[in-house]
Design a protein around this ligand. Sequence first.
Ligand code: IVH
Length: 697
Amino acid sequence: MTAGTAAIAVAALSREEARSELARLAAAILRHDRAYYIDDAPKISDADYDALRRRNSEIEEHWPELVRNDSPSGRVGVPPTSGFRKVRHPQPMLSLDNVFTNDELQEFVERVRKFLNLDPAVEIAIAAEPKIDGLSASLRYDDGELAVGATRGDGRDGEDVTRNLRTIAAVPERLQGRPPARLEVRGEVYFPIESFHRLNAEQLASGKRAFVNPRNAAAGSVRQIDPVITAERDLGFFVHSWGETSETLGDTVTEARERLAGFGFNVTPGTEVCRDIDAMVRFAEQLYADRSELGFDVDGIVYKVDRLDWQQRLGASTRAPRHSVARKFPAERAKTRVLSIDVQVGRTGALTPVASLQPVTVGGVVVGRATLHNRDEIDRLDVREGDLVTVQRAGDVIPQVVDVDLDGRPETSAPFEFPEQCPACGRPVEREPDEVVTRCPGGRACEAQAFQQLVHFVSRNALAIDGLGERQLRAFWDRRDIREPADIFRVAEDEQWLQALSDEKGWGPTSVHNLRTAIRGARDVALERFLFALGIRHVGQGNAAQLARAAESLGRLMELAERARDPETPEYAELAGVDGIGAAQIRALVDHFTDPSTRTVVDNLRAAGVNVQDAEAPAADSPLSGRTLVFTGTLAGLSRNEAKARAEALGARVASAVSAKTDYLVAGEGGGAKRRKAEALNIEVLDEAAFQKLLEA
Ligand code: IVH
């Protein structure tokens, strides 16, 4: 658009002119914001830029009803690090547990039955759906208008990709019918197969790289800084679930789907309600047979408990809901040759043999490396350099070697000799009697381990520092600028260092500025992320979350760990009472926080200004919040697991044994010894009715 209406005084604009001028201004301001914030190359003077914003505000003031959803007045700049603002999901976007066999599928249904305390005769209807192989995204609608669209991110915080998702035809801007005032739907952005092939042909024709599969292409398209590129790609969106809603969507998954379709969404097609396990298995077989005809990639089936009141009661663990599971399709396989076998040292010192392969396409992806897991696996397969092997890829997992074709073995081959010394630092390797893993005992003194710990520290589910990955860390490591996590925060405040970096090839002022912002942004970190980032053995994301909730602060967790050195202490018992924490985890925590080499990592981080935030105290208004419960006997109305999950959701800790720290013993039918102990310690004993009251209080 040329000057046109831009010269007309605001009051003289017609309504239509005002509308189109607001559109023009939104686009222009975004373009200039991008030039300024992302490219560091402003195209107009500050004064001209301010004039654009002012005119936008004046028009908006005059025609408030024309204010655009993407109005620049509601936005300050564009976020500097990855180009996308972070958004907290009101309810976490979880993952799904997987089942691999029909027996496991049956066990899932039985687990549900047990949790809900249902009679064997009660039918559990299951909604079966294709599992769409795309990019998960959430869309929030306020009063039927699209407000925010976000990626899943780490499940807690996603990226604000509203502008990009808006360009997808299947993402309605405004809902039809009578949607809830607040509605957040979740689904998959996918690339229709045909469009994918067309896109790749265009990519190649213009000298760009082809995408490996439709899912990567979908993810790459949504995460474009420039929504125009997203718009050029023919993406689809299927709604499969929902997050926060201000009113219920129905009594069953089936009803909810119909309502969602009525609002104008494309809901996942090809679903079916199964009344028994045979129907569930048949559904899977049929879908597998039909998969190439669907027009979009499907990587398995999702089975969901159809009744939503049951879903509600089943709730979720930290990672996945208990009411749904995924069954992945069988893995894809291909044959190729092993070029060499290398042994890598991971962050915990584990030695992992990796086969370097003659590149081969497996399930649409080119594979050049595959894990051989460990020494036993090499012995079991007797895999050797030069062998002809079968590699398999299942979902997102690392490709693996599953079989050796002895007919294809070269005559000169020799068995692979697993190293007795760490390939990185030369220390003799160790193997504990009950472990399959061979380890280098060097800890942080082994450079390979110290380096991998850094890589883990900045990774996506840990401190998530954008722009600082393995490649960048390797360079900083080699010249000894960053050798431990605290160094990251130190260099980010070192003006000279930053200046020197911005003169380097591959860097420049913008990326250095972004790096610094990302590092500074990571200084305030949630306790659970921090714990996970430390890479304590046996403490994955789930355990880190549980520990954070139980201990509430880093200081307190360190105190617990120090005292738990002695298994007779109440601190040991407290840790042991945390869901998922057993002897191995406690030993690892004690070691981590008392061994000077790991302890200094934490101390140095704190000294470098890292502020570990206390865990959010759960629902403080419940009488169970912060209380420690122990269960004994059988409850009539709900299973032990459901009772535990509900109490925990209200902020209670559930311990396995009665101690002086116990606040309540919940006693069902039977259960003698714990009850006697509780009475001896003067601990309040609740019967089932009293416990129910507290749950509902
Ligand atoms: S239900 C806890 N239904 O699969 C989330 N998810 O592996 C349950 N997915 O992140 C959502 N197709 O994004 C559901 N028909 C479907 C799905 C589906 C694909 C994704 C989903 C989730 C991932 C878990």
